[in-house]
Design a protein around this ligand. Sequence first.
Ligand SMILES: [Zn+2]
Length: 427
Amino acid sequence: MPEATMEQADLLIVNTSQVVTCAGPGPRRGPAMRDLGAIPAAAVAVRAGRILAAGPEPALRARFAAAHELDAAGSAVVPGFVDPHTHVVYAGDRVAEFEQRIAGATYQEIMAAGGGIASTARATRAASLAQLVAATRPRLDRMLRLGTTTAEAKSGYGLDPAAELRQLEATAALDASHPVDLVPTFLGAHAVPPEYHGHADAYVDLVVAEMLPAAAAWYAASRFAAAGTPMFVDVFCEAGAFDLAQSRRVLEAARALGLPLKAHVDEFSELGGLALALELGAVSVDHLDVTGPAGVALLAASPAVAVVIPTVPFNLGSTQFAPARAMVDAGAAVALTTDINPGSAPCPSMPLAMAIACRYQRLLPAEALVAATLNAAHAVGLGQRVGSIEPGKRADLLILDTPDWRHLAYEFGGNLVRTVLKAGRPV
Ligand SMILES: [Zn+2]
């Protein structure tokens, strides 16, 4: 084709072993989670931060005149990871509790003694906006180096009106200044703060009457609303956190404000939060470690994404993993996350979440990759924007250090991500 009739591209990624596109409708469920749309020896064309095309290299070379070429040196290319459930915005750490747990204390015993979420809430309340941003940025750096290009980020360590808004503001400041794109979630109902101890209903009153409307107003004026990025509302439905009736109040109030829903359910006990969240149309239901066969059947019949979190049982030394194999076999849409947080999962690595899911939850590497990319994007409402390598989506992709992408799950403890491209640029 003569040069003059060729389409212009900013960038052509060439000399790949394969491009694993994960392209197509999502979220993928059941056997479709094994369909990766891998194209051997493919190239990817990018313009203005978006993907123009992915396909066999000779065909793309004939079609596009590219200003730059990036040589993948015979390695595999996969979509950037989307981490759909994080508590990455916080101050302080809980390394002392890590030692207590090794000595035998359970997560719930530590929580009952004023540790756990309450301990991070004390540190986060005491931090200024600038301190919160500065504490979080290195964690986002580590996530990015490990291939995460988009991440959800929850509030829930402020637990009062001002500190919750400050966490959301920190999320917006980081989204504006860090290559990882963030999706905010308001999680005011994460824990009952100490000043409401024994008065959880009164705290729920505060969340519903004051904090949620303030968060909704903040969102409406935020960079996220301007960009069409949703803000979710989440609740921790669990013994010692919020019971079923309290969770319903929070989620119904959020829905009345027009905000999409998520819920932490079935982490330690099946309180009925899963059925509640699905009834109210939650976009995702997260944790699901103790979900039984009835819950798996509910998930298979629901459009919601089941976000499973293998890093948490791993970190707690538990073998009670969410039944992700049964979920996929039943036809549910499963996503993976790190849940990066200072207590139950101080882990920035989506490849490690994949590695654990393959070993303990019996996901195949292909299912784990779809769960970490396309399905995770749908879990945060961005399934049309990121999560796969297809025309029109943001050019967030990873050049690996291996020709066989399955090494992402097969190896563990290292980092097989050689180059991260964010909106078509190496970062
Ligand atoms: Zn969580």
